[in-house]
Design a protein. Sequence first.
Length: 83
Amino acid sequence: MADAAAGVPLDVTLTGSTGVWEGLGWGAGHLRSRQLQVRADGRRLGGRPRHTTVWLPDPQGRVTSARPVRAPVPRPQRVESVA
């Protein structure tokens, strides 16, 4: 296993920061999930760090993106007048 402290660069390093907890009410309740900003950096990424925000866990117990999901834009319906 590579160790950056031993002078061998790691392939990828993951760093988590700025977490936001969900689920607590006004001082009561249960923690349900946490939104966490994740940064990936390392030689395998070509020197370009990557960032994303994830839910730990999501409502189904998985790790998923916390980015807003765009709703599909409905196509306008063609309306013809009947005379």
